[in-house]
Design a protein around this ligand. Structure first.
Ligand code: CP
Length: 316
């Protein structure tokens, strides 16, 4: 594997999940694989889980790690090719990426969307600039449109709680939020679920349709109660609008917050969220702190998912 930016970079998803589950049993089994190799983690946006789990994953494999919050600690980056750089931006992204590639054997990059310009965000301009110019393998730490390390850990968590006797029903439900958030986690979760043998449905208020590039063939409900019926897993996440009025909050309807009352409609469903979560806005305290919540397990699995990805890249 040279790149890990989408589920489509993975040759065999089941094999990768099994690799991560094996690593979880014995995380220190490969201390030499990353010896004298350096991982550079480049953040253009905040992070807790992705930063710490990927750093620890690399250390478990014997890698050195350098972390840079490039938005605060680096020169202001120019993204436009052919720009006459007589404004505020000091360094072109293609020069910065090429230089980072000189110091690193693998580069991880987090680059959120602006939510101002759909075409620009969905072209993954920044991620592609890094992939084109840094000359080493690149791992997405969440891009404008996808968050594959999160979805991989989510699938791993589902597999650990999967009742082998039947195909599980997995529901992705939109949740209210006060701010406009990217669609990346929802897009990515859909992409990974569509590659998995589960009964996958999505529920959201009208106006929150995701790009069909990630959800094609999935049943969409605008009635959350109907979608939750008999669910085995409920993945809760807010996202902003994708279609006509891109990147906006058009509903904050608190009826969409998942509560224990709503969980009664499910098949005693496990509840998932990528975190960070706005308590009692997206999800109630009672659900987050209840016995069905998998949110801390998901965060734990971020470590083993990242370790499996780095191991595959280093083996190549
Ligand atoms: N879930 C997730 O990616 O968390 P961070 O934004 O804190 O890395």
């Amino acid at each position: 594997m040279k790149y890990f930016t989408t589920v489509h970079d993975v040759i065999d998803v089941d094999d990768l999940v099994q690799e991560a589950l094996n690593i979880k049993q014995n995380p220190y089994a490969f201390p030499q694989i990353g010896k004298n190799k350096t991982l550079g983690l480049i953040f253009m946006n905040p992070s807790l889980r992705t930063r710490l789990s990927t750093q620890k994953a690399a250390m478990n494999l014997g890698m050195n790690v350098m972390v840079m919050n490039i938005d605060k600690e680096g020169w202001a980056l120019e993204m436009e090719d052919g720009a006459i750089m007589n404004g505020a931006n000091v360094e072109h992204v293609k020069d910065a990426a090429a230089v980072i590639g000189q110091y690193c054997d693998v580069v991880g990059i987090r680059c959120f969307p602006s939510l101002q310009n759909k075409q620009e965000d969905y072209s993954e301009k920044v991620l592609l600039k890094f992939m084109e110019n840094c000359a080493v393998p690149v791992v997405s730490l969440e891009s404008a449109t996808l968050h594959p390390l999160q979805s991989f850990a989510d699938l791993m968590t589902i597999k650990e709680h999967w009742n082998e006797k039947r195909k599980p029903k997995v529901v992705l439900t939109w949740a209210p939020h006060i701010k406009a958030l990217p669609q990346a986690v929802a897009n990515s979760f859909s992409e990974w679920m569509c590659k998995t043998d589960v009964d996958f449905v999505i529920t959201h208020p009208k106006g929150y349709e995701l790009s069909e590039d990630y959800t094609k063939g999935t049943t969409i409900y605008h009635n959350q109660d109907e979608a939750l019926k008999d669910a085995d897993f409920v993945y809760v996440k807010n996202w902003s609008t994708y279609n006509d009025d891109y990147g906006k909050v058009v509903s904050t309807d608190s009826d969409w917050m998942l509560t224990n009352e709503k969980l009664k409609m499910t098949n005693n469903a496990k509840v998932m969220h990528c975190l960070p979560v706005r308590r009692n806005v997206e999800l109630s305290d009672e659900v987050l702190d209840g016995k069905n919540s998998l949110v801390i397990e998901q965060a734990n699995n971020r470590l083993y998912a990242a370790q499996a990805v780095l191991k595959k890249i280093l083996e190549k």
